[in-house]
Design a binder for this molecule. Structure first.
Ligand code: ZN
Length: 426
């Protein structure tokens, strides 16, 4: 039996516990109670490990690539730079992504993986993950070939499950989606991310013409309508910025889970997803950081603050997204979106012991008035003291050498991506 206590425990499925204690054994939470354990964290909060509803660990060192470009040329730059990497380099970057995630208090991630390296990295670092292997295919036979090839290279483990990701409705046909959904593994896609996607699907025009060779022919319909026949609870949809009215109703009616990625959507100039309308309609929403290819980091705290700022600004109401509800989006909401809520997302007896300890020492939010607001507004990866997955400590602030080493290897890979002759020919 292990016990940890802190000034506050935020179970998320119930009120905050002052002077709280979490007891766990064999990787599962036994209970949340009050009391002081031998391992006590002063001026700190214990909360459920964050569940990241959308990531790409393999892009951990892509920060700022193509910053400020329109979506079409941005994605073309991204693909060109990625193409110079060898498999071991992709793995080195994914390792950094897994460690960056743990360092940000993330204990579960839903990762869309280009090469499969994310699965290896998550398994090695002890990060719980569903790794959705990406396919890009007009013809489902191509999707099957890509899936078979990548699936053979990656293994599952206690913590890591393998799924499939038909990339988006502009790169995959409906038949490809049907093939993916027939496999009986988790399925995730990108949906309605940008106006450029809408323009391509409706008219075969716009900035995505820059990558027309990789795209499916225009469907003549908007993104949600393009996927209408396959929308259901087993298709996790990242972004959903370009959705309105009937489309939101359809997502709700079909039980389609949505990964909301406010920083990525804003920084790529895609817009602000209608979070309030999605939640109001009853859509299951989880918060996702996306990757440093579009956002600067896997920093969930920044993502939480952005989600709140954009929702309140859009609604012109401070109550549009309270801190505790935002925190729920990054824990139990995301766990529901991944259909892992029976196992993770709250500090509840019987669930897996996935915990994050956040220090508030010296923060403007200490002494604490509202512990959820203190964590959301006052938290940062630099304040994560410890991240525990399945009862095992996977990150500890005082021993960061492993993270620093991973960062320096990934920096060397980045230097090659920036300097490669192949890149300069693009
Ligand atoms: Zn993505």
């Amino acid at each position: 039996m292990t016990e940890l206590s802190a000034e506050w425990v935020l179970p998320v499925d119930g009120p905050p516990v002052e002077g709280g204690l979490v007891r766990y054994e064999d990787g599962r939470i036994v209970e949340v109670a009050t009391g002081r354990a031998e391992r006590h964290f002063e001026e700190a909060v214990i909360l459920p490990g964050f569940v990241n509803a959308h990531s790409h660990l393999e892009y951990a060192n892509y920060a700022g690539f193509g910053d400020g470009m329109p979506f079409g040329p941005w994605i073309a730059t991204h693909v060109a730079r990625k193409s110079v990497l060898a498999p071991e380099e992709m793995l080195a970057v994914a390792r950094l992504g897994a460690l960056d995630s743990l360092r940000s208090g993330i204990t579960t991630t839903a990762d869309y993986s280009f090469s499969g390296a994310a699965a290896t990295a998550a398994r090695e670092r002890g990060l719980r993950a569903i790794v959705y292997l990406e396919v890009f295919a007009r013809d489902p036979a191509d999707a099957e070939r890509q899936w078979d090839e990548r699936r053979r290279q990656v293994g599952e483990s206690e913590l890591v499950r393998i799924g499939i990701s038909p990339h988006a409705p502009y790169t995959c046909s409906l038949e490809t989606y049907r093939f993916c959904l027939s496999l009986g593994v988790p399925v995730g896609t990108h949906l309605a991310e940008s106006a450029n996607e809408v323009e391509w699907l409706l008219h075969g025009a716009g900035p995505l013409e820059a990558i027309a060779g990789w795209l499916v022919p225009p469907t003549g319909e908007r993104p949600v309508a393009s996927l209408e026949p396959v929308l259901g609870p087993e298709l996790l949809c990242a972004h959903c910025v370009e959705v309105a009215g009937d489309e939101i109703e359809l997502l709700a009616r079909r039980g389609v889970p949505v990964a909301h990625c406010p920083r990525s959507n804003a920084l790529l100039g895609c817009g602000v997803a209608p979070l309030t309308e999605l939640r109001g309609a009853g859509v299951t929403v989880g918060l996702g950081t996306d990757s440093p290819a579009s956002t600067p980091s896997f920093d969930v705290f920044e993502e939480l603050r952005s989600a709140i700022a954009f929702a309140r600004a859009r609604e012109q109401r401070a109550e549009a997204l309270p801190a505790d509800e935002a925190l729920a989006l990054a824990t139990i909401g995301a766990a529901r979106a991944l259909r892992l809520d029976a196992e993770v997302g709250t500090l509840t007896g019987g669930k897996r012991a996935d915990l994050t300890v956040v220090s508030l020492a010296g923060s403007p939010y200490h002494p604490v008035e509202d512990p959820a607001a203190a964590v959301v507004f006052g938290g940062s990866p630099d304040r994560v003291l410890e991240t525990i997955v399945d009862g095992q400590t996977r990150y500890r602030r005082q021993d960061e050498e492993q993270w620093q080493e991973a960062r320096s290897i990934a920096s060397a890979v980045r230097a090659r991506m920036l300097g490669s002759p192949q890149l300069q020919r693009q």
